[in-house]
Write a protein that binds this ligand. Structure first.
Ligand SMILES: O=C(O)C(=O)[C@@H](O)CO
Ligand SMILES: [Mg+2]
Length: 265
């Protein structure tokens, strides 16, 4: 399969300090990494780590907001528009400095009875972000996240993500299809992914329900990836799972799914 893998170093190599995970990912055979929130580290330090390891950084998330207060993104949170814009600007600054092409714009936690109101906020904030992304040649992603792990996360449905992408109607806005979340929120992956087609800008994988290596659990990841390939997806696949034991020892799922790493024969 043509997919390039990117190691999610917020989850992989959990036994190592974050800054040591770049070298570990390269030694394991990856040539690309993604991560969630790199903001506690100066961009200069991150750039050194990427260069030393010979890695591309493919994706980061927008800052969550006030984590102690339970924020998990701000894009769909009514009344927090100014903070959203500041947090998005910070993500753009990191992405540009690190030549990172994709930013996952996190929607945030919104009570179900405010969903409709939040939808307007989300669309307006995404329009603002998409315009900046278009100008800078970046892609912004929205990711449906399951309600078992993140109750009340605003965006949990693939179909709603597709409708929002169509409404905002920007070439810079795409869906992050994390197969782990999508399986928990309704399954039927092959048919539903085919329906959203070229709205998909990034894919992530993990086992369901364990969120460990993707060769475990109820989804045949290789089969779903082949269907995505047949449907025309040719982007990245993010290895975003929590290793059962050692990260390197668990990489056998890659060959089993019909994928390969550039640095491993
Ligand atoms: O949880 C996920 O799945 C992600 O991809 C993160 O970006 C958000 O936690
Ligand atoms: Mg994900």
């Amino acid at each position: 399969m043509p997919f390039r893998l990117t190691a999610n170093i917020s989850f992989l190599f959990p036994d190592l300090p974050f800054l040591d995970r770049f070298a570990a990912a390269a030694a394991a055979g990856f040539d690309a990494v993604e991560c969630h929130w790199p903001y506690e580290h100066p961009v200069e330090m991150l750039r050194v780590k990427l260069t030393e390891a010979g890695l591309d950084l493919t994706g980061i998330n927008t800052p969550r907001g006030n984590v102690d207060a339970g924020d998990f993104g701000l894009a769909a949170v009514p009344g927090r528009e100014e903070e959203f814009r500041e947090s998005f600007a910070k993500a753009v600054a990191y992405a540009e400095a690190l030549e990172c092409p994709m930013i996952h714009v996190m929607a945030g936690i919104v009570a179900a009875d405010r969903h409709e109101e939040a939808c307007y906020t989300y669309i307006e904030n995404l329009r603002h972000a998409a315009k900046i992304a278009e100008d800078k040649g970046l892609t912004i992603l929205i990711e449906p996240i399951n309600h078992r792990d993140a109750p009340d996360y605003f965006l949990s449905s693939l179909e709603e993500a597709d409708a929002i992408v169509a409404t905002v109607s920007s070439p810079a806005l795409k869906i992050l299809a994390d197969l782990y979340h999508l399986q928990i929120m309704g399954g039927d992956l092959v048919s539903r992914l085919a329906e959203v087609g070229d709205a998909i800008g990034h894919v992530q994988v993990a086992a369901v329900p364990s969120r460990a290596e993707p060769d475990d659990g109820e989804v045949n990841i290789g089969f779903v990836l082949k269907a995505l390939e047949a449907a025309g997806y040719d982007g990245l696949v993010g290895a975003e799972y929590r290793p059962r034991a050692g990260t390197v020892e668990g990489l056998g799922w890659i060959a089993a799914a019909g994928l390969s790493l550039p640095g491993r024969g």
